[in-house]
Design a protein around this ligand. Structure first.
Ligand code: MBD
Ligand code: FE
Length: 309
């Protein structure tokens, strides 16, 4: 026998009240959202016959997720952050705003306020004996014209796949910089080749992924915010060709246009890199921005971020 109550007027009225819809205080938007969440939740409880024991397990899971600061990791791993990209892409398409380098997820590991320099930077503090990486390219508009004075805000993991700030063993802003493009739209930087990221194996995100039969690995990648006056802010990443997880990213960020070739050069490869004689790797990648007059479109999405605001 299946008992169902969620559709009854008494239960519907009860959750309208719980959502504050019978008072005129508070936020109408929040009331609408909370009422929908509650009434959809009780339907799930009924449809899937969620037991009270399963319900309390879920409550405890949310506590674990929060105490480990992994909510942002879970929404990436469940594909919800990628879904937001798909939705924004579809909206752009409908508004005939397609074109330029595609967006892909920001992820949970950005830190605001990295050191700013003109045209070039060194991102690593010299403490990680990873392969030296030289990356360069241009910021262009969708007609191929250079964008001078664009800000390339770049962040990536070390050879252990961890990020400064979140990994307290790294120096402040290690592998994080903002670089302003030159008159020809060019940027370049020296860093180290990052490793892929793996979810903390003992954390709540990986625990859930285990129950889905999934891994929690990302391919090696480098994140970017690209911004410039009169251009649409771009949140994106490059994913490094050749990585075993390139097309098996637990966060679904890889897009064909964002796969970057990485070339390795042996020690003494002359003339390839100024002032550097050891083994190194090189990536060249251009970013294409859409033009816009809309001020809000020139800014990154509002969201809680480390050291922002
Ligand atoms: C990362 O480095 C990342 O970029 C995302 C999206 C999720 C977890 C770790
Ligand atoms: Fe990342």
């Amino acid at each position: 026998m299946t008992v169902r109550l969620s559709h009854t007027p008494a239960v519907q009225r009860f959750f309208e009240q719980a959502s504050g819809l019978d008072n005129d205080q508070g936020s109408p938007r929040m009331k609408t959202v909370v009422q929908r969440v509650l009434t959809d939740a009780i339907k799930i409880i009924e449809d899937l016959r969620i037991s009270p024991e399963e319900f309390w397990k879920a409550v405890n899971y949310l506590n674990d997720l929060g105490s480990r600061q992994e909510a942002g990791l879970l929404v990436a791993g469940l594909g919800l952050e990628h879904y937001l990209d798909l939705l924004m892409d579809a909206e752009d398409e409908a508004a005939e705003l397609a074109g330029g380098t595609p967006r892909t997820i920001e992820g949970p590991l950005y830190v605001a306020g990295a050191p700013l320099s003109k045209h070039e930077a060194r991102l690593d503090d010299g403490q990680d004996a990873g392969t030296v990486l030289f990356m360069q390219g241009r910021v262009l508009d969708t007609d191929g014209q250079p964008v001078a004075g664009a800000i390339v805000d770049v962040w990536h993991a070390n050879t252990a796949g961890t990020y400064s700030y979140f990994d307290a063993s790294q120096s402040e802003f290690n592998l994080r910089r903002r670089i302003e493009t030159d008159a020809m739209g060019r940027y370049h930087f020296r860093s180290i080749v990052p490793s892929g990221y793996g979810c903390p194996p003992d954390g709540p995100t990986q625990h859930l992924l285990d129950q889905l039969g999934r891994h929690g690995q990302r391919p090696a990648h480098i994140h970017f915010f690209i911004s410039a006056p009169q251009h649409r802010h771009l949140t994106t990443q490059i994913n490094l060709a050749g990585d075993e997880y390139l097309h098996d990213d637990f966060a679904y960020a890889t897009r064909d246009e964002l796969i970057a070739d990485i070339h390795f050069f042996d020690e003494g490869a002359e003339g390839r890199a100024q002032d550097y004689n050891g083994r190194f790797a090189e990536i060249t990648f251009d970013f294409h921005l859409q033009r816009t007059d809309e001020a809000k479109a020139q800014q990154r999405l509002e969201r809680m971020r480390a050291l922002e605001g």
